[in-house]
Design a protein around this ligand. Structure first.
Ligand code: OAD
Length: 237
């Protein structure tokens, strides 16, 4: 059997990284049109780099929590039978032991050269004037994250995994941003099992056959233990 797990900001909340839409969430404090769109970047790259620089600094201080470790354990146990897709741009799944993470919204600790498409690991917190290490051009670097209005990464791989899946699980995501918010509808259309694990019911809660609520650091380890011990929904994993 194949499982597709989709994670969102809720899985990293207890690691001290802010969510987007909760009270005090990032999008209640920052205008996403300014800091998370190609247009915002074109008109004020310094401001956008400041925003992502602050997020890089936060991430460098953050540690994975019990939910990341449990999902890492699940991936090491299931190998290719688990496709772990995240909307998160942090690397806490990897730090928690996951071996193959599909970062559909990009990676915060990576930069991308808009001139030559070179991607490279980058922990600097400011970047507009730096030169690209590959082509040498200045003023073309951006954080390697997907902004509103841009195409998420690796959608072909995600859709192909969903096509083959027997179970789709959404963890710590509000179900507010497409295309990720639409994965549960695809799963429903295929008639496969679906499960939501979240702090509270998400916008899409009624679309899931199974729902469990509570902090990710408590709910996820219990679910992973169950899957490893008894399978999921009686399905052999
Ligand atoms: P949101 O901030 O929209 O939703 C976070 C979800 O996590 C909410 O449903 C919370 O209830 C839940 N949550 C909060 N704390 C939790 C905890 N300790 N345990 C479990 N769940 C918890 O974040 P996302 O759904 O990830 O995209 O947002 C999706 C996308 O919107 C992001 O990838 C980002 C954002 O704009 C881009 O920037 C392109």
């Amino acid at each position: 059997m194949q499982i597709v797990v989709l994670t969102g900001a809720g899985v990293s909340a207890e690691s001290g990284l802010g969510t987007f839409r909760d009270q005090e969430g990032l999008w209640t404090r920052y205008d996403l049109n300014v800091v998370a769109t190609p247009e915002g970047f074109a008109s004020n790259p310094e401001q956008v780099w400041e925003f992502y620089g602050a997020r890089r600094r936060n991430l460098l201080d953050a540690k994975p929590n019990a939910a990341h470790f449990a999902l890492g354990r699940l991936q090491r146990a299931l190998g290719a039978r688990l496709t772990l897709v995240t909307q998160n741009i942090d690397d806490l799944h990897e730090q928690g032991g996951a071996t193959d993470v599909v970062h559909m919204h990009g990676e915060l600790l990576q930069s991308l050269c808009a001139a030559c498409d070179h991607r490279f690991p980058d922990r600097e917190s400011f970047g507009p004037d730096r030169a690209c290490p590959a082509c040498g051009q200045s003023g073309c670097l951006r954080p390697d994250v997907v902004w509103f209005g841009e195409m998420p990464y690796q959608l072909d791989r995600i859709y192909s995994a969903l096509d083959k899946a027997s179970l789709f699980v959404a963890i710590g995501t509000s179900g507010a941003v497409y295309p990720a918010a639409g994965f549960v509808q695809m799963a429903m259309a295929q008639g496969i099992e679906t499960m939501e694990l979240n702090l509270e019911p998400s916008d899409n809660a009624r679309l899931f056959k199974q729902r469990r609520y509570g902090p990710a650091s408590e709910v996820i380890p219990v679910w992973v233990e169950e899957v490893l011990r008894t399978g999921a929904f009686g399905l052999d994993v």
